[in-house]
Design a binder for this molecule. Sequence first.
Ligand SMILES: Nc1nc2c(ncn2[C@@H]2O[C@H](COP(=O)(O)OP(=O)(O)OP(=O)(O)O)[C@@H](O)[C@H]2O)c(=O)[nH]1
Length: 332
Amino acid sequence: MTTPVYILSGFLGSGKTTMLQHMIQEWKSLGKTPAVIMNEIGDVNLDGMMVDQDVAMAELLSGCICCSIRADLSMELYNLMETEKPDVIIIEASGVANPIEILDAVTETSLYNRMELKNLITVVDAAHLWELYQEQKGKTYRLMQEQIRCASVLILNKSDRVDATTITKLEAILRGWNAYAPIHTTVRCEVPSTIYTDLSSVVDAKKTLAQNKQTSTSTAHSHDHTHSEHMHGSHSHVMAYTHYFEHPINSEAFENVIRSLPTEVYRAKGILTFNDTASRFLFQYAYREMDFMKITPQKAVPDVAVFIGEHFDKELIKEQLLVLEQQAAKLL
Ligand SMILES: Nc1nc2c(ncn2[C@@H]2O[C@H](COP(=O)(O)OP(=O)(O)OP(=O)(O)O)[C@@H](O)[C@H]2O)c(=O)[nH]1
């Protein structure tokens, strides 16, 4: 028996965890046992909390799966196969990962383990891509392009955030960059379940990937790049700041801080206790959209927020959050 492996790629905040939740639900309803490998560039895995607690999960934190911890990925894949014997494995890459490197790690591991890459699914934030496409430059744009080129399935997500004409244009752009992958235009990654459950209908992922990989490497990188230049070139600009809260804070004051974040911060998420609400909240901020969800964590978790972006001033964010904590502490 060969275990199918799915790679979920896509820029920060595009909807990978949302997609992962659908996949897990679908497989479980079919009586299958999925296992997950999650990768975060911050040092806490908040997305893991969104995932069904019964699912076996390995976490690769504080680095990008495609470079610094690529060897760990092979090891985690091996361990999961040995200990959990899952029916299917899903790897959720960090939003800044170059999927080609993950693909290589899976292929390497499959040499000594019976696993097979079924699909490399790339989730795209429609509004974000549209904005970057207007400029057609920058590292984030190139990375997104690379993630799209490598995909065997493309999910054009957050279609609720752009109009129908823009969607048509975006679909044409995706097709121009990736001639093979089926494109699914979605809201909250609602796709026909057959794309990940009916394995017989799955495209020949290996062949597609090999073709796209060729196009991708020849256009995005010059062939004489060294391996390390290739890996770090696309996302060495990304940084993260993790803030642990000592005190509950005021929810409105926090929202104001998030609203005033510099544009260099493109992703933030956290778990917070507010002094003016009864419940704890999971907060999400992706490409200027903010979302709060009530949660009751299954295990003890600290109040924490992670900010991810390019060359932003960590100290400034830290100071603003400390002020919120001091203001709240005075009221105690
Ligand atoms: N408006 C809108 N929001 C969405 C959609 N899909 C997901 N979101 C929201 O976007 C935010 C990010 O979604 P995630 O699924 O966590 O994205 P991700 O790619 O896993 O994020 P990272 O792991 O940080 O890279 C969450 O607040 C989601 O609820 C969509 O189709 N439309």
